[in-house]
Each structure stands twice: as C-alpha cells, then as structure tokens.
Design a protein around this ligand. Sequence first.
Ligand SMILES: Nc1ncnc2c1ncn2[C@@H]1O[C@H](COP(=O)(O)OP(=O)(O)O)[C@@H](O)[C@H]1O
Ligand SMILES: [Mg+2]
Length: 253
Amino acid sequence: MARRKKVYEGKAKILFEGPEPGTLVQYFKDDATAGNGAKKDVIDGKGVLNNRLSEFFMTGLQSIGVPTHFIKRLNMREQLIRQVEIVPLEVIVRNYAAGSMAKRLGMEEGTLLPRPIVEFSYKDDKLGDPLVPEEYIIAFGWASQQDLDDIIALALRVNDFMSGVMHGVGIKLVDFKIEIGRVWDGEFPRLVVADEISPDSCRLWDIETGAKLDKDVFRRDLGSLTDAYTEVARRLGVLPSNVTHRPKPTLIN
Ligand SMILES: Nc1ncnc2c1ncn2[C@@H]1O[C@H](COP(=O)(O)OP(=O)(O)O)[C@@H](O)[C@H]1O
Ligand SMILES: [Mg+2]
C-alpha cells in the first residue's frame, strides 16, 4: 500500500489522510501522557484497547441518534473517521467531583454533584487547556451561542448513554471529556462527537471497590494501566481477540 500522508501527530494518536476526501485514518498509539506531557510512557496495548473502546462507544452513540465522526474500524489500531473542523474546546461533563474540580473547590473526590455539570477548557497545550467561561467562547468566536447550546445538549446525551452503559457493568462514570467537530452538509454545519471516547478521556471507578479503571492509574502511579483498560473492555465484552494482556483467564460458557 502506498505510504499515507500524515496529517497530524498528537500525544495519543496520529491522523493520516483517508481513502476518500473528507475522511481521515485515526491511528491509536501506545503513548500515554499526563499533566500535559509532563509525564510520559509507552503502555503496551493501550492503543489497541482504546481503538476498540472508542469504536464501541461511538457506534453505541450512533445507534441512539447521537452523531459522531466514526465511520468504521480498519484494523487493531486504526479507524476511519470523517474529517471535521474541531471546535477548539475540551467539553467536560462531571457527575462526581474529581481532579481539577475537586482541587479548585476543595471538595472530596467522589462527591456526587447536584446535577451533571458541563464545563469548557480552551484546547491549547501551551496554555495547559485553561478552563474558560462561555462568555469567552462566544466573545472570541470559538463557538456561537447556538453551537454552545447544541454542544451542551450533545454532551448531556453522551453522559446519559455512557453513564448507563458503565452502570450496567458495575462502573461509575465520574467525569469525561469529549471534543466536538463541525461537518458541512452542503451549506449547513452540523456538530458531531469527534476525537475519542476511551478510558484515557473518562474517569471510571468500580462501583463496588472504588478502584480506578482509567488514566488516573497512570497519572497517579496506581498500577497497570493495561490491566485497568483490559478490565473495562472485558466487562463491556469488547476485548480484541488477540490482545496479549489479560489480567486473568476468562471462563467461556
Ligand atoms: N474527526 C476529526 N477530524 C479532524 N481532527 C480530529 C478529528 N478527531 C480528532 N481530531 C484531532 O486529532 C488529534 C488527535 O490526536 P491526539 O493525540 O489526541 O492529539 P492531542 O495531543 O492534540 O490531544 C486532536 O488534536 C483532535 O482534536
Ligand atoms: Mg487528544
């Protein structure tokens, strides 16, 4: 196959030109970073798991009518996606206090919030993705008021879906981050869920034990990240057939 043109290489993924105009191939790397690249490592098998898990969540969202950039998975590490204009925001939905919110407000991690809270960070690695009020987003033209209303509605639908799916396998969805893209159907822009949805971009706690099953395992040196992600994939029934990391043998009925 002819060498594909690399469009962008980020911290966790590489984007290549896709086979058709308006498409991209998203390659999931094994690289893990935290604290905006301050902590780095290569975690064997992470890319394979995140490719599968993101496919699982994006296709699930599509099945309930939430539009996403996902077209199809190509192989263990790659998926075909629709090219979008990324809205330069990290859209964060929180159900329980954790991470930066818990720190900022002096709340204990795990405190149930009165309702899901949607917040926005400006996507800029050099600035460390600072939290921004909606007023900034509109004044600087990163998104319109209408876009923001639509983004919040989308984010809350993603939250309901993800919370339900996770609850079904004994996992609490504490918070997560999504990115939103704009696609053009002729003259008309539409907003879709883009980037990835995986344990890299969610906080997932085991309901029974409180064990962390997400990137905090890496951020806070709590053990094997691959084991944690494999556990999430196993519970959801989306383990790839030839993944090498299995925490324990599974019984097949
Ligand atoms: N469908 C898409 N079209 C165009 N860009 C996308 C799409 N989905 C995700 N992206 C962008 O591709 C990059 C994915 O690589 P990643 O390693 O996550 O980068 P980063 O280090 O910037 O977070 C991100 O910058 C993300 O905004
Ligand atoms: Mg990213």
